[in-house]
Design a protein around this ligand. Sequence first.
Ligand code: ATP
Ligand code: MG
Length: 470
Amino acid sequence: MEMAIHSRSRPLFDRLFRDFLQLRRSYCHHGRSKRLLVSRFFQPMNLREDRVPGAGRSSELSCKSQRLMLQAGLIQPANTGCFHYLPYTVRAMEKLVRVIDKEMQSIGGQKMNMPSLTSASLWKISERWDLLGKELFRLKDRHNMEYCLSPTHEEAVTELVAMQGNLSYKQLPLMLYQVTRKFRDEPKPRFGLLRGREFYMKDMYTFDVSEGAAMETYNLVSNAYSRIFEQLGLQFVKVQADTGSIGGKMSHEFQLPAEIGEDHLLMCPDCHFAANVEAMTNADTNCPQCHGKLRESKGIEVGHTFYLGTKYSSILGASYSNSENKPVVAEMGCFGLGVTRILAASIEVLSTDDAIRWPGLLAPYQVCIISPKKGSKEELIAGLSETLYDTLIDALPQFHGEVVLDDRSHLTIGKRLKDASRLGYPYIVIAGKRVLENPPAFEVSCPNNGKTVFLTQEGVLDFLRNVKIA
Ligand code: ATP
Ligand code: MG
């Protein structure tokens, strides 16, 4: 019986096996998953151009991160304040979102996703339909109903929670968040991803039983924000801030000090006082806490936290039932992180004038291996860089998808090293002259600290073993 099936299915088996081998050949090398080759990347580089498309008409409109991101093929302008995020940027952004997700979920955040298109009627209830004026992108549907492309989601999330009639105090704090595109018709879109008209924001909305509980939640989220910036190795200041059109009772901004920053900050070198000038009732030059002399600095706002009170929950009816089963209006907070702005801002503060530097965790790829130049003696040792590539991924699986091979062997090693350094790979491994030694020695260059070491293949693996990858 078994024999019969075997012989009948044999031709089919042979064909499937042949197809499998064919497929394996096209997707794999040496039986391992496909290598990432620099020659195949979609990355319209403008490295040699001084002027790059969309950098702005005058130098005033451009800044370091915008120029570097355009030159390196990380972004491409689409229309005013709107950019194509090219593959390297998307990888960095996905890593940033992973870092954010981990922190938001560790404090109880639940990830969701709300529509970008929101109805005018909702915005009229909060009176922000008129208040936001020209900043709102407004549109009408085929039935002549008015909508906007949401610049933020306080109204939408509060209505959503209000619809859950049976929310119990036992379910609070409720912490909902999303990472979505936001739309703002900014008066001055500029500086690339720093101030776009369409950008990504992580926004969290929290619902609590009381003002005290809401303050605890406020601190919980603020501390999570601090941990995010610490992990990214970004120097930040948390400042007292104005509540603006979002409203509420208290707010803080997370700022990265930078010359290009559009916010003016006042900081006290003696105590911990720090504020956005916008938030100060009298922009005195003395510290309101210790009367010391305040120092001025410019900053890029990368995050904003608000204690809202019941501003939205009372008008939209977001309430919960308390232990006596009585409905009580929920106390709210909202918390924004500018996802795409953080990417550009980190490039702005970490990069040199002509080379991108990423927070280690966000580098789109961790390792770039540069193969020997075509026609060189080193090239005669067949498959050196390919073997290193495959062994690295086999031995350290966390590097899967993190290693690229600069296979453009018609270019000199020097030229490719320069490109790699400009793109900011944290680790560049070169199969240069010393691979002719026995055992072969690879040159490992770390643009972040300017150090170079020569290591055997085994040494390279040891060197990379403890690298943190998001
Ligand atoms: P700004 O004062 O810079 O215009 P905002 O105070 O209006 O920002 P929020 O409403 O607090 O911004 O939004 C939360 C976060 O979203 C901000 O801290 C910032 O990081 C980011 N963000 C706001 N506007 C933009 C924009 N036009 N482009 C990119 N990111 C933005
Ligand atoms: Mg803000």
